[in-house]
Design a protein around this ligand. Structure first.
Ligand code: ZN
Length: 403
């Protein structure tokens, strides 16, 4: 349960990837699907920053009395996971389960509220199989060797980039545009026929395992669809590297099966960088939450540091950023521990206003800092008793900061 905070009837506005600014409805059921981790390299700060952004949305909507239903998947069978397990001579199931545990621990240390459903792909094989069966009924599935592909051609008119560019990104992000026998280079895999030594499941299409995009759509449709006329879900989230191909393919698959649009809104987070480059496994510049925690870094300092820059911008992690967050959090704690502080009402109103404006955390943190400085100013004649509790509850409920 979140501490009670009145949001003063300010609806949450977010910047949608395709539609610019959108105002989220505040009084009805709202479904949120955020693509989850592949559990082999959890949890680096890029992941943490992404899940933190949707945590802020989850908190804001919950405090606005919206009945939010939040689903997240776990891609616990996938090429990179199997490759890592092979490399480290581990059973892929053991690797996945230890990394899922670590992810849950990291998220809980950072006070990211858990989703309503946290769904493993390996627990959703039946859903994927029935989703593919529905696609087959619509005649948009074909076979190459032992693998099944989705005929994405009818959806390519929806591409917001050129096909040439799409093919190049597709190749970098798990696609196989050059596979001989495909009808279109952009057709995604739905079901992979089993290769020796790899895990697999029985299905009407042979022994094998699911492709990437179809997992998310099968899970979202099962857990979140309220069968509204226009859209299957309200908001799809994830890092901006998922815009294409993952979210494009998800929308195409859902359209083919349901004849409806997938998500009403799309909100993506910016990438996290370190030492001048996007944090990624291939560059080997990942910074892990668990490592920082092990080194004794306060999780609330990490959370604060991840909010210093805006969630949709490219951000850089650095030791300077961590140092700055440490100093600022100490200042806020010092102010909160005083018996007399600066009156909070005005600052809290401002805080709500900037957060409702596309989660403007950089401005939100500066408002909190200003309040702390005013509270710590011994010369200030406006200080009042019994005010810091309200600030503390607001920081906790809205920003997930327990200080
Ligand atoms: Zn996904």
């Amino acid at each position: 349960m979140l501490p009670k905070v009145s949001l003063q009837n300010q609806p949450l506005k977010l910047v949608d990837t395709f539609k610019a600014e959108v105002k989220l409805p505040s009084t009805r059921f709202f479904s949120l699907y955020v693509c989850g981790i592949t559990p082999y390299d959890a949890t680096h700060l890029g992941h943490a920053a992404t899940y933190l952004a949707y945590d802020l949305i989850n908190r804001y909507l919950t405090l606005s009395h919206t009945n939010i239903h939040y689903t997240q998947n776990i891609t616990d069978v996938d090429d990179p996971l199997l490759e890592r397990a092979n490399r480290d001579d581990l059973d892929w199931r053991d690797l996945a389960s230890s990394q899922i545990d670590l992810f849950v621990e990291d998220m809980s240390s950072l006070r990211v509220l858990p989703p309503n459903d946290f769904v493993k792909v390996t627990d959703s094989i039946e859903l994927v199989i029935s989703f593919i069966a529905r696609l087959k009924e619509k005649d948009c599935v074909y076979q190459v060797g032992a693998d099944l592909y989705f005929d994405v051609k009818p959806s390519l008119v929806e591409l917001s980039i050129s096909e040439e560019e799409a093919i190049s990104i597709f190749a970098q992000r798990g696609g196989d545009p050059d596979r001989i026998g495909k009808r279109d280079p952009l057709d995604p895999l739905l079901w992979l026929g089993n290769k020796a030594g790899e895990p697999g499941w029985d299905s009407p299409f042979g022994f094998g395992r699911p492709g990437w995009h179809v997992e998310c759509t099968a899970i979202a449709l099962e857990y979140l669809d309220r069968e509204s006329i226009d859209f299957v879900i309200d908001l799809q989230g994830g890092g901006e590297d998922l815009i294409f191909p993952h979210h494009f393919m998800s929308a195409a698959l859902i359209k083919a099966v349901t004849s409806r649009n997938y998500s009403k809104f799309y909100v993506h987070t910016g990438m996290m960088g370190y030492q001048g480059q996007k944090m990624s496994k291939s560059k080997g510049n990942l910074v892990f939450v668990s490592k920082l925690l092990k080194d004794g870094v306060d999780p609330m300092v990490i959370r604060w540091a991840l909010m210093i820059d805006h969630y949709q911008s490219y951000r850089e992690w650095s030791s300077d950023l961590l140092l700055r967050a440490t100093t600022e959090v100490a200042l806020i704690r010092q102010a909160l521990s005083k018996s007399e502080v600066y009156p909070v009402a005005g600052h809290i109103s401002e805080l709500i206003a900037v957060l409702s404006n596309n989660l403007d955390t950089p401005r939100a943190l500066s408002i909190i800092l200003k309040w702390a400085q005013q509270s710590l100013d011994g010369e200030n004649s406006h200080l009042l008793v019994n005010e810091s509790g309200e600030m503390s509850r607001t920081l906790d409920a809205l920003l997930g900061l327990a200080l």
